[in-house]
Structures are given as structure tokens and as C-alpha cells.
Design a protein around this ligand. Structure first.
Ligand code: FAD
Length: 228
């Protein structure tokens, strides 16, 4: 399907959101992604397609993609994306993926590394909209001057007692004892981890080492961000 760009929003120094209008009413589950193809002149070896999480919640009825632009060695795809203007279109697949909350009654521990926050914006806003934002603890590993969706997340945490937002740094989040201070029932919780591959692998390895079953861990890897 073709999505038409409505507007671009600068989120932080190097992160932007792209808000697209779908051609018809689109159904998806908060946390899913789409595969985007953007034809452009002289594409580099990384090609003309990318996966992006849908950062908007279904009730918002638009498709929002949030991404970061590298200061050097940025891809031709990202350059073409950045150049898009209102009314320009991009090709996108149907929404896909299993990175979503299956049972909102269950305790969920969410871990976002940097840009890995995108599915959680959708999930948090969706649960807020459904008046079901409880049982969620979100660890957000991010530099304090690069917090994407700061206002949205902090407003939800202020509103809901059952949603806790904890900003962390890399060394804290890689320390299972740090996480353990916030989670008393690790065996009971469902873990959702999203971000650069190194961070996701480390944390899921630590959790498995603590006895968390792999059926209770779901992950989303974002290639291209492991240097962060
Ligand atoms: C399910 C899924 C969901 C995703 N959701 C998101 C999302 O919501 N937001 C998001 O931003 N990304 C998301 N991604 C990752 C996204 O698809 C891209 O991989 C990522 O944004 C990097 O984009 P880019 O390759 O255009 O590189 P750029 O962002 O332009 O550059 C990133 C870095 O790539 C390095 N690099 C240089 N040359 C190469 C090379 N030849 N090959 C690889 N890397 C090189 C450079 O160090 C540069 O700093 C998702 C991926 C998956 C699989």
C-alpha cells in the first residue's frame, strides 16, 4: 500500500517522526512493524527497503515512523526519507510481527534501548486509550538529552499508578541485580526487549541466567544501531 506523508516532527537533535496517512482504514496491533520501500536515485548497497516499527497507536489512525539519522555514514535510504515532503508517498507492507502485549492483566517488564522505544510508545498509548495501563514497568536506556517521547511517556506515568517509567544507563540495564531491585516476581513477568542487537542479547541472556523461561521473553532487534 502507498502511504502519504502528512508531516515530519523533530523529536530530538537527531530523531524525527514521519506521520503518514494510510489509503484506507488500517488495522494493526500496538508493537507491530511494517516493511517500507522508498525508491530513490543512486541507492547504496544497503538498498531501498527498511523495517520500521509503527510508533503510533491504532486509535491515532495514522502510521508514525520514528527514526534516527546518523551524523556520518547515513544510508541513501535515510537521506531519501529525510528529504520527503508533505504529500510524498512511500510503499509499505501490511503490519506484521509478534512484539505485542498478549495479556494486559499479566505483569510486563519492557526494556527499550535508545530508538527501541518506538514500539513502547504505541503500546503505552494503546493501553492508556483502552484504560488498561497497569502492570507495566518500562526501563528506558537513553542519554538524558536524547529522550524520545519524553512528554508522552512521563504524562502516562503520572496518570497511571500501574505504569512505572525508569530511565537507566547501559551499565545499569546490563546488571541483572539492578533490574531485580524493581522486579520482585521475575518468574511471573513477561519481558519485552527492544533496541540494538547487543543490548537485546545481553539482557535476554541475563534474564535466562536468572531462570526466566524463554517463553516469557520477546525481543525486537534494530539493526544499524549497535555502535551506540
Ligand atoms: C522489526 C524491526 C523494527 C525496526 N524499527 C525501527 C524503528 O522504529 N526505528 C528505527 O530507526 N529503526 C528501526 N529498525 C531498524 C531499521 O530497519 C534500520 O536498520 C535502522 O534504522 C538503520 O537504518 P540504515 O541502515 O538506513 O542506517 P543509518 O541509520 O543511515 O545509519 C546507521 C549506522 O549504520 C552504520 N553503517 C554504515 N555502513 C553500513 C553498512 N554497509 N551496513 C550496515 N550499517 C552500516 C553507520 O555506522 C551508521 O552510523 C527496525 C528493524 C526491525 C528489524
Amino acid at each position: 500500500m502507498k502511504l502519504s506523508l502528512k508531516k515530519k516532527v523533530q523529536e530530538t537533535k537527531d530523531a524525527y517522526s514521519f506521520i503518514f496517512q494510510p489509503p484506507q482504514k488500517l488495522r494493526w496491533t500496538a508493537g507491530q512493524y511494517m516493511y517500507f520501500t522508498l525508491e530513490h536515485k543512486n541507492p547504496d548497497s544497503r538498498g531501498i527497503s527498511r523495517y520500521f516499527t509503527i510508533a503510533s497507536a491504532p486509535f491515532e489512525k495514522v502510521i508514525m515512523v520514528t527514526t534516527k539519522f546518523a551524523s556520518s555514514e547515513g544510508s541513501s535510504f535515510k537521506k531519501a526519507l529525510r528529504m520527503m515532503g508533505a504529500g510524498d508517498s512511500i510503499e509499505a507492507s501490511a503490519p506484521k510481527g509478534k512484539f505485542f502485549v498478549k495479556d494486559a492483566q499479566k505483569k510486563h517488564v519492557c526494556v527499550a534501548g535508545g530508538i527501541g522505544i518506538t514500539p513502547f510508545r504505541s503500546i503505552i498509548l494503546d493501553l492508556d486509550h483502552k484504560k488498561a495501563l497497569k502492570n507495566i514497568l518500562l526501563f528506558y536506556t537513553v542519554h538524558k538529552d536524547a529522550i524520545i517521547f519524553k512528554h508522552t511517556l512521563e504524562a502516562a506515568a503520572d496518570k497511571w499508578k500501574g505504569f512505572a517509567l525508569v530511565y537507566t544507563n547501559r551499565s545499569e540495564i546490563n546488571d541483572i541485580d539492578f533490574m531485580g531491585k524493581y522486579i520482585h516476581d521475575m518468574d511471573e513477568a513477561a519481558f519485552m526487549i527492544s533496541g540494538p542487537m547487543g543490548l537485546v542479547k545481553n539482557i535476554s541472556g541475563n534474564l535466562k541466567g536468572r531462570g526466566v523461561g524463554k517463553q516469557n521473553i520477546i525481543t525486537d532487534y534494530f539493526p544499524g544501531y549497535d555502535h551506540e
